[in-house]
Design a protein around this ligand. Structure first.
Ligand code: ZN
Length: 596
C-alpha cells in the first residue's frame, strides 16, 4: 500500500446493496485533512449529491479515534493527526444507471465518484484501489471484475489492485462486477473489449464487427493513433433501461437486451440501430468532451455546477457524428440514416420550446432545465442534443457548400483536436466558433448568430435541398408516428383531429402528461395532470380513436378529474399540424458517402 491515497472497496452486503470502503491517506494535512465527495459526475450535468448514499464516516489513526467534522453535506474535516489516517464508511448502491453505483446478489457496478472520497490537497498524487471479491455465498456464483483502470497485480478480469495517476483519473473509470461476456477486437493498433452483462441471447460477434468499423472510422477521422491504447465498452442489457456515459478510455452503456442482434438474423432492427448509435456516440466523446472540452471543464469543479454555453458543441456535434459515423463507415445504409435524421427533425419541430430557448441558453441552463424536465418542458426548452445535432448538420452542409466541397465539419473537428493535442487547453466560450472559421476560411458569424444565439429555425430545408435531399412534412398518423417515412399511400382523407396534448394510460382513464402551447386543450383550460374520464359522454379509453370520430373545428366535451374534482371542458379540436418529417434523396447525397 505505497500510494499516498488508497481505497479498498468490498461488495460487503449485496443483499442490503452496500459497498464498504476503507480509505487511507498516508500523510494527512497537518491542519486537519479535508475529504469530499463529488456532487456530480462529468458528462451528466445535474447536481446529484452522491454523498446522500454514504453511511457514517469513522476515522481512527494509530493513536486512537479521530474526530470528523462535517463542513457541509459533502465534505468533512478530520482533526489534525499524524498519518497514516484510515477512514471507513459504507455506500448504499441501488441506482440502476450509468452515473451511480449498484449492487445486488446478481451484479455490481460503480463509478468511483459514488464511492471514493477525494482527499483534498492530495488529488494530484497517485491513488491505489483494491477491489475485493465478494465473500463466497453472498453473491450468485463466481464473480469477475471489469474495469478499464490499469491493473497493478490483478489478473485480467480478476479482483485485485489498480492504480490511477491522480484522483481525476480514478473517477473516470467505471467498474463492472459479476457475470459478463467479453468480446475483444483490435483496430488501428488499439485494443478494444466489449463487456456485456445482463441476461441475453444476442449475437455479440456481429456487434463487435459493427462496433469495430465505427471505432476505426472515428480514429481515422481525427487521425491515428487513437488517444488511448485500450478502450473498454461496458454494456449492461436489461429491461426498460437506456443510457450511456462517456469516459476517457471507456464508456458505461445500458440498453434493452432486445436491441442486441439475433444470431442468424442479419436484418437491422431499429433497436440495434439505436444501440450502434449509442456505442458510436460515447466513443466519439473520447475526443469530443473528454479531451477537447470547454474551458469551464478544465479542470472539472465537482463541488458546484460548471456552466458553459457550449454543450451544443459537445453533445449536439457528438449526436450528429454518432449516426453519421454509421452511414459513412458503411454500417447502415443511407436510407436508414435519413430516416433517423427525419425523426430528429420531427422531434425538434414538435416542441414550441425551440422558439423560446436558444442552443446557447439550452446549454447554459442544462443543469436546471434539460436535466430537470417537467410537464412544461416541450413548451419551454429545446434539446441541445437534438437541435444541436441539427445545427451541426446545418454547419457541415454550409461549410461544404460555401467552400465548394473543399472543407467540411470534419476539418473543424480535426482543428479542435490538433489544438487540444498541442496545448491541452479548454475551449473558451467564444473560441469554438473562431476555430471553425479559421479551419474553414469562411465567415460563419451570421450562421452562428442564427443557429446558436437565436430561436429562428435552422436553414435546413434549403441546405438539404442543395445537398440533394428533399425535406417533406406531413401530419402525424398517430401518436406513435415519429416520422422518417412518407405515408404508406397517398390519401385524401381529411386531417386527423388532435387537441394538443401528450398523454399516458391511467387506471381512471387518460392522464395528460403535457399540454402543449397553442393547442386546443390549453385554450379550453385543461392542464397537465388532469385525468380524462369521459370524451363526448363516453368513458375515456383511447384518446386517438375517440377523437378520430371528429373533424377539426368540432366542439368536444371532455370530463376530467383534477385533484379529485370533476371538471368539464368544451374543446374545439384542431387539425394535426404538419410536424412530421421524411426525407427523399435524389441520389446518394455526397456528404453521406464513405469518401465524404
Ligand atoms: Zn453525449
Amino acid at each position: 500500500m505505497s500510494h499516498p491515497v488508497h481505497y479498498r472497496i468490498t461488495a460487503a452486503d449485496p443483499a442490503a446493496h452496500l459497498f464498504s470502503i476503507e480509505m487511507t491517506v498516508r500523510r494527512p494535512a497537518a491542519d486537519g485533512q479535508v475529504f469530499r465527495l463529488p456532487r456530480w459526475i462529468p458528462g451528466s450535468y445535474l447536481l446529484r449529491d452522491f454523498s446522500r448514499h454514504l453511511g457514517p464516516l469513522s476515522a481512527r489513526s494509530a493513536h486512537g479515534p479521530v474526530t470528523l467534522t462535517a463542513l457541509d453535506n459533502h465534505s468533512w474535516q478530520a482533526a489534525p493527526c499524524h498519518g497514516p489516517l484510515p477512514l471507513s464508511y459504507t455506500a448504499y448502491a441501488f441506482d440502476l444507471s450509468v452515473r451511480g453505483a449498484y449492487l445486488d446478489r446478481e451484479r455490481g457496478f460503480f463509478n468511483p465518484t459514488s464511492l471514493c472520497l477525494e482527499a483534498v490537497g492530495q488529488s494530484g498524487q497517485s491513488h491505489g484501489l483494491r477491489v475485493d471479491a465478494p465473500a463466497p455465498g453472498t453473491v450468485s456464483g463466481d464473480w469477475r471484475l471489469a474495469g478499464p483502470l490499469p491493473a497493478a497485480g490483478a489478473a485480467p478480469f480478476g479482483f485485485g489492485d489498480f492504480v490511477a495517476a491522480r484522483y481525476a483519473a480514478l473517477i473516470d473509470h467505471p467498474f463492472e462486477l459479476g457475470h459478463f461476456d467479453v468480446v475483444p477486437f483490435r483496430v488501428c493498433n488499439t485494443d478494444y473489449e466489449i463487456v456485456v452483462s445482463g441476461r441475453h441471447r444476442g449475437d455479440l460477434d456481429r456487434l463487435a464487427r459493427d462496433v469495430a468499423r465505427i471505432c476505426e472510422w472515428q480514429i481515422r477521422l481525427f487521425g491515428e493513433p487513437a488517444p488511448f491504447h485500450r478502450y473498454q465498452f461496458q454494456l449492461f442489457v436489461g429491461k426498460d433501461v437506456y443510457g450511456g456515459l462517456e469516459h476517457r478510455d471507456s464508456t458505461a452503456l445500458m440498453a434493452s437486451r432486445d436491441d442486441l442482434p439475433v444470431h442468424g438474423d442479419d436484418t437491422l432492427s431499429d433497436g440495434y440501430l439505436d444501440l450502434l448509435g449509442l456505442f458510436s456516440h460515447e466513443h466519439f466523446h473520447a475526443w469530443n468532451v473528454k479531451r477537447i472540452k470547454p474551458a469551464a471543464f478544465t479542470p472539472y469543479d465537482l463541488s458546484q455546477a460548471a456552466l458553459t454555453s457550449l454543450l451544443w458543441a459537445f453533445e449536439g456535434v457528438t449526436s450528429y457524428y454518432d449516426d453519421l459515423t454509421l452511414v459513412r463507415s458503411g454500417v447502415v445504409p443511407v436510407e436508414r440514416y435519413l430516416a433517423q435524421l427525419a425523426r430528429t427533425l420531427t422531434a425538434v419541430q414538435r416542441g414550441s420550446g425551440r422558439h423560446k430557448q436558444t442552443l446557447a441558453e439550452s446549454s447554459l441552463d442544462a443543469w436546471t432545465k434539460y436535466y430537470q424536465q417537467n410537464e412544461n418542458s416541450p413548451n419551454a426548452i429545446v434539446s441541445y442534443y437534438q437541435k444541436g445535432a441539427l445545427a451541426a448538420l446545418a454547419l457541415d452542409l454550409k461549410i461544404r457548400q460555401d467552400s465548394h466541397g473543399a472543407r467540411s465539419l470534419d476539418d473543424v473537428m480535426r482543428a479542435l483536436w490538433r489544438r487540444w493535442r498541442d496545448t491541452g487547453a479548454g475551449i473558451g466560450e467564444t473560441e469554438w466558433e473562431r476555430i471553425a472559421q479559421q479551419a474553414t476560411g469562411l465567415d460563419l458569424g451570421a450562421f452562428f448568430d442564427q443557429a446558436i444565439r437565436s430561436t429562428a429555425d435552422l436553414p435546413l430545408q434549403a441546405l438539404l435541398q442543395d445537398a440533394g435531399v428533399t425535406v417533406a412534412w406531413r401530419a402525424a398518423q398517430s401518436g406513435a408516428d415519429k416520422g422518417g417515412a412518407p405515408l404508406p399511400t397517398a390519401s385524401d382523407t381529411p386531417p386527423r383531429a388532435v387537441i394538443g396534448v401528450r398523454s399516458a394510460a391511467d387506471p381512471a382513464g387518460i392522464r395528460l402528461t403535457h399540454v402543449l402551447d397553442g393547442g386546443a386543450a390549453q385554450a379550453a383550460g385543461l392542464s397537465a395532470g388532469d385525468v380524462l374520464v369521459a370524451i363526448d359522454g363516453l368513458r375515456a379509453s383511447d384518446l386517438e380513436r375517440q377523437l378520430a370520430r371528429h373533424r377539426p373545428g368540432d366542439s368536444v366535451r371532455l370530463h376530467a378529474f383534477r385533484r379529485d374534482e370533476l371538471l368539464a371542458f368544451d374543446v374545439i379540436v384542431q387539425a394535426a399540424p404538419a410536424d412530421t418529417c421524411w426525407l427523399a434523396p435524389q441520389d446518394t447525397p455526397l456528404w453521406l458517402s464513405p469518401a465524404a
